[in-house]
Design a protein around this ligand. Structure first.
Ligand code: PLP
Length: 392
């Protein structure tokens, strides 16, 4: 049997069948343009969009009018950072962020540097945490925005966003959170966490690809944005372009399902993930975990196999789909910037693999994957005549 177990759910998730069912009518009969409010076709589309908007807003304790639909988290992040910075450049030209952000944030910050802005990239500790006090000290009179992600896509570390939000609020600086990995999975309350801007995407929560959102606080304080795209003035001028009604419906359904199953799902995935780690470590005690053991996403496991090359190990594990680093940077051979940030040297970084579990992984699949992984490690050790485990 040629089985392939999908353990790359942090790169993207399969579509939940219930999400597909919710979307289908909007590809066929209910095809109206949500902006064509003068006839029933359009109104049907608009109603569906507003229904989803409400579900998505409420899932983070925001209000419907705070939600802007985009093509995904990358666009949301670009709109948030560039939009806020351009609008408030008279206050100053300084951004504070941290080293383990996704490339969508880091590269947008680099673009702002090209445009003359100053960016402070805060270090993280060996578990991947940024220290809220260091955020406080980095904020100056000219700081416009602080950007810190909620949960990391490679190592799963959950940042202390509530503490950072409180500091930003007290210092009158906008706070943006890339919640691509935590949205629908962890508790998010934009008010308690003092979040002004938040990016999320449907394809990480069993929804369709090509749809995301940006939460933009409209009250206490009101956040203004400079639009990045000229056009018909959709989404109250923040983001022109005909709304992708089927995708938006799918996004709403996806978050609804997540909220329903969140607690059990997190527990189930944590149990399976812990079983994997324990079984692998029992067989190969030198294997270590990257990232925080406590404050981490329940479906993430990032392991370092000292002395073995991750690429070779992945080739050996024919029945397991997983990845080194993040999908976005795995096209090049640079060691992951996240591994570097937590202090792993190049060799350790090249020996690390991310396994991420999801809703559709069964217990059988996990047992199968454990076997594959353990055998692949043994095989590779035998083949590497020079194999010498490094003691970290
Ligand atoms: C996936 C991801 C993104 C990018 O989301 P897209 O919708 O694919 O553009 C950004 N940040 C993090 C942390 C992610 O995991």
């Amino acid at each position: 049997m040629n089985k392939l177990v999908y353990l790359d759910n942090q790169a993207t998730t399969p579509l939940d069948p219930d999400v597909l069912m919710a979307m289908l009518p909007y590809f066929r009969d209910k095809f109206g343009n949500a902006a064509s409010v003068h006839h029933a076709f359009g109104r049907e589309g608009k109603e569906a969009v507003e229904g989803s908007r409400k579900l998505l807003a409420e899932s983070i304790q925001g209000r419907s009018r705070d939600i802007i639909f985009t093509s995904g988290a990358t666009e949301s992040i670009n709109l948030a950072i560039k939009g806020v910075c351009k609008k408030y450049q008279n206050k100053g030209q300084h951004i504070v962020t941290q080293n383990t952000e996704h490339k969508a944030v880091l590269d947008t910050c680099a673009a702002m540097e090209q445009a003359g802005w100053r960016v402070t990239y805060l270090p993280v500790d060996s578990d991947g945490f940024v220290n809220p006090q260091s955020v406080f000290h980095a904020i100056g009179k000219d700081t416009v925005l602080v950007a810190v992600m909620h949960a990391n896509n490679e190592i799963g570390t959950i940042q202390p966003v509530a503490k950072i939000g409180a500091i930003c609020s007290q210092e009158n600086v906008f706070f943006m959170v890339d919640a691509s990995q935590s949205f629908g999975k962890l508790e998010i309350n934009v008010n308690e966490m003092c979040i002004d801007l938040l990016a999320a995407t449907a394809h990480k929560i069993y929804g369709p690809k090509g749809i995301g959102l940006l939460y933009v606080r409209q009250k206490d304080p009101k956040v203004k944005l400079e639009m990045q795209m000229e056009g018909g003035g959709h989404e109250r001028g923040f983001r022109s372009g005909t709304l992708a009604v089927p995708q938006i419906v799918g996004f709403g359904k996806a978050v609804e399902l997540c909220l329903e199953v969140k607690k059990e799902e997190n527990q189930r995935l944590a149990t399976l993930r812990d079983l994997m780690f324990k079984s692998i470590q029992d067989a190969h005690p030198e294997v270590i975990c990257n990232g925080s053991q406590e404050q981490r996403l329940t479906h993430n496991m990032n392991l370092c196999f000292p002395g073995l090359e991750a690429e070779s190990l992945i080739m050996k594990m024919k029945g397991v789909a997983c990845s080194t680093g993040s999908a976005c940077s795995s096209a090049n051979l640079e060691p992951s910037h996240v591994m570097k940030a937590i202090g792993r040297d190049t060799e350790m970084a090249h020996s690390s693999i991310r396994f991420s579990l999801g809703r559709f992984n069964t217990e059988d699949e996990i047992h199968f994957a454990i076997d594959e992984i353990i055998h692949a490690i043994s095989d590779l050790k035998k083949k590497s005549l020079r194999y010498q485990p490094i003691n970290n």
